[in-house]
Design a protein around this ligand. Structure first.
Ligand SMILES: [Zn+2]
Ligand SMILES: [Zn+2]
Length: 576
């Protein structure tokens, strides 16, 4: 592990705001670098800054809102200037935190939105497009009506909503058996104007019987179609439901968009211009007035909220760019299974392998201010799309004017491409740049896997030599005490705890106190054995284990005669 030329953390959200788990990863990486130095190696610490993501856009716009501004009130140029100033402030604040903790890094020297990383991300997209691994598809994806962008699954917070499950009677038409009544149960009654069919289970008497159904509120007649995956009848709303979209495609039915990008009803009729939940109440009242409600009961609806702004997400049909990530991930997992990528702790490898190939398609387009622009341009004259990392200003087909498509590359795709840029791609692979990365457990699926998948596909090599998974108990409880911990704790104590991967400062405080006030009665052998075990763990690339072993041994007392030597040995973890 420590032979690596470079030890890097995953890209950290220095502009969005560092959480304790982020700082822990950086301090753990710094401990490994300091140990490598102590062994006489020339190792470099790299802490890339993550940018161009939804979270960063959100915290900046929240600052802007505090001054009573938004993008439209300040204008594009002013917005960009303010965003840059905000980023510089946050970088300086992060640099202060790292300096206080003795992390030897130049914050901002590496970044996912630096020129080399942007070039790698755009080249990666273009190459994958040329290989047929990226294509534009019509899909229903979770969309934030406030941030106005598709939201990646990792940025969705599952939540529960009180709702009402309504059983609606649906009139049928045509020459079939007229007595056959249809009853459909649903909660999202505001979507009724977007119904294009009623799906019934295979073998249902109304399926294929030449019978139509009249959609309540909309008053339109729609076909009744068979769906083998269905146990009870249901409405097909292809514009806002992935399953409905598949059924509509199979039956040649055109979608009807109900909610626009702001989550407001955009289809003509009695609900037009109402927000989603106001429309739901209005639709409920209209159904009652029509006498269409057979029964109703209270229920709990599962919804997704935007992790950045908390708004309930709208499943929205749209045309986006998708990477066939499943194939790439499976190939990367095979390479890890047969190759020599070292994981620390070793069982992290199994946790990693379990995450590969779960996501078959990855929506790599988003709309984020400050994101890396998509290398896609569209011709104003003929509409032809051009995919090129450095596009020309005119269309190759008709010489018309090309303009950028307007969307940005998903920040996770850009962060994964950073790993390739770090290894010198697309210029040339730098063999001296072998990199060990220090990550949290969630990063195995969120960053390590896509980095390995892109690296293997595009450079025919894995971009890392080793992966250190640093433990952290989770940020939920810690962030509330963030200020207290940073302001009050002795930096050496805080650093010791962060390297150990714990928010319990007591053991770390006892270790530091023992080093500061050695005891004449403590036994020298015990201290030496413990330090030897701790350093061996550090040499294996296990900073968390090393700090835990050292903290418990030193906390039991440090013999006066050995205090200076122990202090020197513990220096990679304590900092200076
Ligand atoms: Zn949002
Ligand atoms: Zn053209």
């Amino acid at each position: 592990m420590l032979e690596a030329r470079r030890i890097a953390t995953r890209p950290l959200p220095v502009v969005r705001g560092l959480r304790f788990g982020d700082v822990a990863v950086a301090v753990a990486a710094d401990a490994l670098v300091r140990r490598a130095w102590a062994l006489g190696r020339n190792t470099e610490l790299v802490v890339p800054a993550a940018g161009g993501d939804l979270g960063t856009q959100f915290v900046f716009e929240r600052e802007l809102a505090k001054e009573g501004h938004d993008r439209s009130s300040v204008g594009d140029d002013e917005y960009e200037a303010r965003a840059a100033a905000f980023a510089a402030d946050r970088m300086a604040a992060a640099a202060e935190v790292f300096a206080r903790l003795g992390v030897t890094v130049d914050v901002g020297a590496a970044s996912t939105v630096a020129d080399d990383a942007v070039a790698a991300a755009r080249t990666a997209f273009v190459t994958l497009y040329e290989q047929g691994m990226v294509e534009q598809l019509d899909r229903v994806v979770a969309t934030c009506p406030r941030c106005r962008t598709p939201v990646d699954g990792a940025d969705v917070v599952e939540a529960e909503h009180e709702a009402e499950l309504v059983t609606v009677r649906v009139e049928t038409t045509g020459e079939g058996d007229e007595d056959e009544a249809l009853e459909v149960v649903l909660a999202e009654v505001e979507l009724l104007p977007g119904v294009v069919a009623v799906a019934v289970p295979d073998g249902h008497p109304l399926a294929g019987a030449g019978v139509g159904a009249v959609v309540p509120i909309a008053g339109r007649e729609v076909p009744i179609v068979a769906d083998p995956l269905r146990a009870t009848p249901g409405f097909v709303v292809p514009a806002h439901d992935a399953e409905g979209h598949a059924i509509a495609q199979a039956n040649g039915l055109s979608p009807i968009q109900v909610l626009d990008d702001d989550g407001v009803v955009c289809v003509d009729g009695p609900l037009v211009n109402l927000g989603r939940y106001a429309a739901r109440q209005a639709a409920r009242d209209l159904l009652a007035a029509e006498g269409a409600i057979v029964a109703s009961e209270a229920t709990v609806e599962q919804v997704g909220r935007c992790a950045c702004c908390g708004t309930v997400l709208v499943p929205q049909l749209g045309r986006h760019w998708f990477l066939r990530s499943g194939d790439l991930e499976v190939a990367a997992a095979d390479a890890v299974r047969h190759g020599d990528l070292v994981f620390q702790p070793p069982d992290a490898r199994d946790a990693f392998l379990a995450t590969a190939g779960i996501r078959r398609e990855w929506c790599v387009s988003s709309r984020v201010e400050g994101g890396v622009s998509m290398p896609v341009a569209v011709c104003l004259d003929c509409g032809k799309l051009t995919v090129d990392a450095t596009p020309s200003p005119s269309c190759g087909k008709c010489m018309g004017v090309l303009v950028g498509e307007g969307s940005s590359l998903d920040a996770r795709f850009v962060a994964a491409a950073w790993a390739l840029a770090n290894a010198g791609w697309p210029r040339e692979r730098d063999p001296s740049a072998d990199t060990v990365v220090v990550v949290g457990e969630d990063d195995l699926a969120g960053w390590v896997l896509p980095s390995l998948a892109l690296g293997l596909r595009l450079t025919a090599a894995l971009p890392f030599a080793g992966v250190v998974v640093h433990p952290w108990p989770g940020d939920a409880d810690v962030s509330a005490r963030e200020a207290d911990l940073f302001l009050d704790a002795d930096p050496r104590v805080l650093r010791f705890a962060l390297v150990a991967g714990t928010d319990d400062l007591d053991a770390a405080a006892a270790a530091v106190a023992a080093l500061d006030s050695p005891s004449a009665s403590a036994s020298s052998d015990d201290g030496d054995d413990a330090v030897a075990a701790g350093l061996a763990a550090l040499d294996d690339g296990a900073p968390g284990l090393a700090a835990t072993l050292l903290a418990s041994a030193l906390g039991a007392g440090v013999p006066a005669a050995a205090a200076d030597r122990l202090r020197a040995l513990v220096l990679p973890i304590l900092g200076d």
